[in-house]
Design a protein around this ligand. Structure first.
Ligand SMILES: [Zn+2]
Length: 236
């Protein structure tokens, strides 16, 4: 029987600091050892550490243009850029931080799978309110990618407060500077901005901090368990 090829869709998901990037890169490297051809994509919004390489977070401190520990990635700002870049010989298409791309990625994934390409996605699955991460410009959430996956792997982080298993990303907002000149942070409001796609106030502020035009970042994130996670102004 002559069946058309179907690419396998794998989703790696979890909170921030749960090792999603490390797991994606581990799978990419294994595939390369198996002589598979892999193309890696990342959204332009995720340029926190390196412009064209995907780096695990623990290497972020050391990241600069000369660091070659990551894998070369196509930096894209829209899913429509993916299909024209995928080469015929490519076996696997890996997409890092896929939650930052708009909902047309859903169709792109299905088309690549139908063309016989395996897909590996890493996804932040919840926003800082513990809600399924919304996909910009649509009613979809990243849960839709889980629904069409053939395999999914949920990763957890470690709660920085109590050391238990963490499934949530805690957003903290700068609330003041104490007497010793140290910044004080408090849980972000339920109504503060969820970073989805494109430029945002938060990314602009983080850029100012990175350029040392601000003393402290406006927002910081930590992994936390459900008991230690909190959101200000959360509806009952
Ligand atoms: Zn905890």
């Amino acid at each position: 029987m002559n069946r058309p090829p179907v690419g396998k869709i794998t989703v790696i998901h979890g909170p921030m600091f749960s090792g999603k990037t490390e797991e994606l890169l581990r799978r990419v490297r294994r595939a390369k050892i198996a002589r598979k051809r892999v193309q890696l994509f990342k959204p332009a919004i995720d340029n926190r550490y390196h412009a064209t390489q995907v780096l695990p977070h623990f290497l972020a401190q050391a990241a600069d243009e000369s660091v070659q520990v990551g894998e070369e990635a196509h930096v894209i700002s829209h899913p429509r850029e993916i299909l024209p870049l995928v080469e015929n010989e490519t076996d696997i298409v890996a997409i890092e931080e896929a939650q930052f791309l708009d909902a047309s990625l859903f169709d792109t994934i299905r088309r690549l799978s139908r063309a016989g390409k395996d897909l590996i996605l890493s996804l932040l699955d919840q926003d800082y309110r513990r809600m399924p991460f919304p996909i910009a410009g649509s009613d979809r959430t990243v849960g839709d990618y889980l629904a069409i996956a053939h395999e999914s792997l949920k990763l957890s982080a470690i709660c920085v407060v109590c050391g238990e298993e963490a499934h949530h990303s805690q957003k903290l907002t700068l609330s003041g500077i104490n007497g010793e000149g140290k910044p004080e942070y408090s849980p972000a409001s339920f109504y503060s901005e969820v970073v989805t796609v494109g430029t945002s106030q938060e990314l602009a502020q983080n850029k100012l901090f990175a350029e040392k035009k601000m003393d402290f970042p406006e927002n910081i994130y930590e992994a936390r368990c459900r008991y230690c996670h909190s959101v200000a102004d959360e509806p009952k």
